[in-house]
Ligand binder design. Structure first.
Ligand SMILES: Cc1cc2nc3c(=O)[nH]c(=O)nc-3n(C[C@H](O)[C@H](O)[C@H](O)COP(=O)(O)OP(=O)(O)OC[C@H]3O[C@@H](n4cnc5c(N)ncnc54)[C@H](O)[C@@H]3O)c2cc1C
Length: 290
């Protein structure tokens, strides 16, 4: 059974923010694919929920005059996969969210819910880390912009305070323009499975040299992370299989993986090395496997 004591459907963003202010105990429900499971499992009881599905302002993807991208948190994964702005500028995100669950989940689950539940396995998160995404967080009285790298504070924990709502995910033009990217997920089966490791890479290159590279990982630590040590090696690096191999090995220094039933720490480290190497080779046009 679902132990739901009270449900409120917000009609507008202002309505949602004032309801949150007046009801600090209320829990936001987006697609509900995490929240409803937690209620069903008894992890949340006597739930007071506020739905935000009817707020149009949270369900758009736009490009502003500066070329910065704004992704509404209520965008479902299917809508992101099919969105022209995403496919034109940051296809890595379409690739990443296309790896989530199955079609039924992707039709209802949202990118806002994926990020706000704080899971290190969130498939959208590593790409958003690579893209230096910033989250707009609003209350009825205030608004702040937080880099995604500061949003996660621990396993399943984010910095959101009672009364706060994520209302925009922003990617600046300078962070995607001229980059090419790809997301590689290793899971025990090819659909309906949480990542054992998720690896997102974006880079700029001219065929000879990698001028910039960003590597984001999921399940490599208690929160999604960037591999800054490997990025430092990769930036300015001459493209060769040997150099890519050396850079991919350096990803392990930023990892804090753990053993779990899905995979050991050692296996995860091997996966990160292998997936990073394959992603970079794919992006620079080398065969992925020797
Ligand atoms: C069968 C199945 C398979 C799955 N497979 C995957 C997978 O392969 N990869 C993956 O990453 N995930 C997977 N998931 C997890 C889940 O679908 C995602 O995390 C999803 O993106 C959550 O989005 P939602 O809209 O359903 O969030 P909800 O369940 O509605 O909310 C999740 C959390 O975010 C909060 N929240 C939502 N929106 C906001 C907002 N705008 N502001 C503030 N807080 C907010 C809610 O209060 C709640 O705490 C799977 C789930 C299921 C049931």
């Amino acid at each position: 059974m679902f132990d739901i004591a009270k449900y409120y459907e917000a009609k507008t963003l202002e309505d949602a923010l004032s309801y949150l202010k007046a009801n600090p105990d209320v829990r936001v429900i987006a697609g509900g694919t995490d929240v409803l499971l937690r209620i069903r499992e008894g992890k949340i009881s006597n739930a007071h929920l506020m739905g935000i599905s009817f707020i149009f302002a949270l369900k758009t993807i736009t490009e502003d005059e500066q070329g910065n991208l704004h992704i509404g948190p209520m965008m479902t994964f299917t809508a992101i996969e099919e969105n022209e702005i995403i496919l034109k500028h940051i296809p890595i995100l379409a690739e990443a969210v296309g790896a989530i669950g199955g079609p039924q989940i992707r039709n209802v689950a949202t990118i806002g819910g994926n990020v706000c539940n704080g899971a290190t396995s969130a498939d959208s998160a590593s790409s958003l880390f690579c893209l230096n995404a910033r989250l707009k967080i609003q209350t009825a009285d205030s608004s702040r912009l937080v880099p995604i790298s500061e949003f996660y504070v621990g396993p399943g924990k984010v910095i959101l305070q009672p009364g706060e709502l994520v209302t925009d995910i922003i990617i600046e033009k300078k962070d995607y323009d001229g980059y090419t990217g790809t997301y590689k997920k290793f899971a025990q089966r090819s659909a309906m499975d949480i990542a054992t490791i998720g690896c997102a890479v974006i880079l700029k290159h001219d065929g000879k040299t990698i001028s910039d590279i960003r590597i984001g990982l999921g399940v490599a630590a208690p929160t999604p992370i960037r591999c800054t040590d490997a990025e430092n090696i990769g930036r300015g690096m001459t493209i060769s299989p040997e150099n890519i191999d050396a850079m991919a090995k350096a990803t392990i220094t930023n990892m804090r993986a753990r053993d779990s039933w899905r995979g050991s720490k050692t296996f995860r480290e091997h996966l990160v090395y292998e997936l990073t190497k394959r992603a970079v080779k794919k992006l620079v046009g080398l065969p992925e496997e020797e």
